[in-house]
Design a protein around this ligand. Structure first.
Ligand code: ARG
Length: 471
């Protein structure tokens, strides 16, 4: 039989592959994305082969020069890869080496397997990918923190069950999202650490036959440690699953942020003003400005969560070690990564560009209903048991509704009939400002607490940029 270019097996075969199966079997269309990592792994491997006497130093430098040349061509001419027919990226590189170096090119694969190669590539990818997404999450946190700082002091009608509940500061609302994204950043950092083990030397699953210096290989590639068991090394995809979970959690948080911004920019709320740069119009209704950026971000949640579920189900029930099913890890992983990298960047831009209708927000925050809890507390401070105070204020709200009046504008004698504890000055004690001020305990919406929270965000952001500079 004629052997196709870059095919890494076939000696024991007589018949050619079925054409449809050959195409089904090919992964070059998506694994070519890992070529920069594959080339780095190959360079390190060439050095390891010198140490064990498979290559001479001269052969090593010719192989490394050829790998560099392949790398340069990929960078200079990415369309090149569109024309290549190869089963996978490993076969592609070997074919290119053989074309340049003859039989020497075929020596590089000594003592190794594609199953460990692909895992080394993928671990390097995840380390980099998680760091890239993390950097964008940090920018999103910065955008939210800037808005929180800009609008510090602006009150908002806080909601539970989407009903007016208690007054809060708009900054406090924004910083709630910051908390979630800081957790995402921490998770992404942990993911990069988990991926940071070098599988090279695992062979197909039982370990390489060559007495390789695994530690040196790992060091050269920037891995922090070695995988401990060769069977686990080629069969484990936990690091990819954890990355997908980190992305899915990020997608959920982005989705909730989107929902908040979409809702608060509706005519009914009118708190936020959609930025032109991140909105689109309607082809039919001339007046419309739609929050498409946020809707698309919210819409990504399904496919990113799907990617996590997809890989979990791929791994489920696989026998230990490498099985070809595991090739199905890459497309969902790449897609989820690409989507979240883009979505996080768009979210940061949209947050930064969003306008605030402070008047509207202040007006809504002045709804007396929001002060009902504080009015109950006023009674509590004067010795009324809370449950009874709750009843009394509830009755006042009902009486106000009956009279078509705000409950806190009812005549004092009506109020005193329900509770003699009300003093003439009670309205001065139960105000929006006082309500906010009273919640100044750590983590609360009081101005002092929110000021401190903004400062904590600033500290966190400074730490991130210091780490960024250091790396
Ligand atoms: N393309 C495969 C994957 O993505 C790796 C190479 C196949 N390995 C093998 N031993 N057949 O997982």
């Amino acid at each position: 039989m004629t052997k196709e270019k870059g095919k890494l097996w076939g000696g024991r075969f007589e018949g050619a592959s079925d054409e449809a199966f050959r195409r089904f079997d090919c992964s070059f269309g998506f694994d070519r994305r890992l070529l920069p990592y594959e080339l780095a792994v190959d360079r390190a491997w060439a050095g390891a082969l010198v140490a064990v006497g498979v290559l001479t130093a001269e052969e090593q430098s010719r192989i490394v020069a050829a790998l560099d040349e392949i790398g340069r061509r990929i960078e200079a001419e990415p369309e090149w890869l569109d024309r290549v027919e190869a089963e996978d990226l490993h076969g592609f590189v070997e074919a290119e080496l053989v074309e340049r170096l003859g039989p020497l090119g075929a020596k590089l694969h000594s003592g190794r397997s594609r199953s460990e190669l692909i895992i080394a590539d993928l671990r390097l990818f995840v380390k980099q990918a998680a760091a890239d997404v993390r950097r964008r999450v940090v920018r999103l946190v910065a955008a939210l923190t800037n808005q929180a700082e800009r609008h510090f002091g602006l009150p908002m009608a806080g909601m539970t069950h989407l009903q007016h509940a208690q007054p809060i500061l708009f900054s406090h609302f924004l910083l709630a999202h910051v908390e979630a994204f800081e957790r995402d950043a921490a998770r992404l950092e942990a993911v990069a650490r988990r991926a940071d083990s070098c599988p090279l030397g695992a062979g197909a699953f039982a370990g390489s036959t060559l007495p390789l210096d695994r530690q040196r290989l790992a060091q050269e590639l920037g891995f922090a440690r070695l995988t401990a068991n060769s069977i686990d090394a080629v069969g484990d995809r936990d690091f990819a699953l954890e990355y997908l979970f980190a992305l899915a959690a990020l997608a959920l948080h982005l989705s909730r942020l989107s929902e908040d911004f979409i809702l608060l920019a509706t005519a009914e709320f009118g708190y936020l003003v959609l930025p032109d740069a991140f909105s689109t119009g309607s082809s039919m209704m001339p007046q419309k400005k739609n929050p498409d950026a946020w809707e698309l971000i919210r819409g990504k949640t399904g496919r990113v969560t799907g990617a996590l579920v997809s890989l979990m189900l791929t791994v489920k029930s696989l026998p230990s070690g490498y099985q070809r099913d595991l090739q199905e890890d890459k497309e969902p992983l790449f897609d989820a990564h690409d989507q979240m990298l883009a979505a996080t960047e768009i979210a940061a831009g949209a947050v930064a560009a969003t306008g605030v209708n402070a008047e509207r927000m202040r007006q809504a925050a002045s709804d007396p209903a929001l002060l009902a809890t504080d009015a109950a507390d006023y009674l509590v401070a004067r010795g009324v048991p809370f449950r009874q105070a709750h009843e009394i204020i509830g009755a006042l709200v009902k009486e106000g509704e009956r009279r078509g009046q705000a409950w806190n504008e009812l005549p004092l004698d009506v109020m005193r009939k329900l509770s003699p504890v009300f003093e003439p000055d009670w309205q001065r004690a139960v105000t929006l400002e006082a309500a906010l001020e009273r919640r100044s305990l750590a983590g609360g919406t009081g101005p002092a607490a929110v000021r401190a929270a903004i400062e904590n965000c600033r500290v966190w952001l400074r730490e991130q940029s210091r780490e960024e500079d250091a790396s």
